[in-house]
Design a protein around this ligand. Structure first.
Ligand code: IMP
Ligand code: MG
Length: 175
């Protein structure tokens, strides 16, 4: 275990097993249809690729990046890199690494809904409900986590630790 990690919340094996279950749920919900997974850079790419391989319906992927200005105005988010393609008329599943206050995802859901997809769902690897500021409709969720800062499996602290295979709580002195 990396010395900056206080404790492991979910091992690589637990994450893989849970993603398999959620992938099966998604496959049955979208049976007979084609699904577009939209990942939010950079945190969700690890989850997105693992999840996509556990989904049995035909899948397309696209990515977007956002920048948030949390200091001045919480919830003010800008699309820094937009999707490559339109989503009009498509079944879209937005894939996030973590939903915390919910402000980022609320903005993204509103923006994507205005592009008139056939359906718009939300799937998150982690859900920290204790800090939620706005209600968020989560369709698929892998794990709920306690009110601690976590890294690994795509989640970063100052851009580091995304490549840890597990998800762990960062030691206090490191953030
Ligand atoms: P929110 O839901 O708008 O508050 O923002 C969620 C975003 O904050 C995520 O996409 C992450 O980039 C970041 N974030 C929130 N909590 C954590 C954490 O515990 N570890 C790493 N990043 C986090
Ligand atoms: Mg981040």
């Amino acid at each position: 275990m990396d010395p900056v990690i206080e404790r492991i919340l979910f091992t690589e094996e637990q994450i893989a097993a849970r993603i398999r279950e959620v992938g099966a749920e998604i496959s049955s919900k979208y049976a007979g249809r084609e699904l577009k997974l939209i990942g939010v850079l950079k945190g969700s790419i690890y989850f997105l690729t693992a999840l996509s391989r556990e989904i049995s319906v035909p899948v397309k992927i696209d990515l977007l990046a956002i920048s948030s200005f949390m200091k001045g105005a919480p919830g003010v988010v800008r699309i820094a890199k937009d999707l490559d393609d339109t989503i009009e008329g498509e079944d879209v599943l937005l894939v996030e690494d973590i939903i915390d206050t919910g402000l980022t995802i609320r903005y993204l859901l509103q923006t994507l809904a205005s592009r008139r997809p056939r359906s718009l769902g939300l799937c998150t690897l982690l859900d920290r409900t204790t800090r939620r500021l706005v209600p968020v409709p989560i369709d698929f969720r892998c794990f709920e986590i306690p009110d601690r800062f976590v890294v690994g499996f795509g989640l970063d602290y100052k851009q580091l630790y995304r490549n840890l295979g597990y998800i762990g709580v960062l030691r206090h002195e490191h953030f």
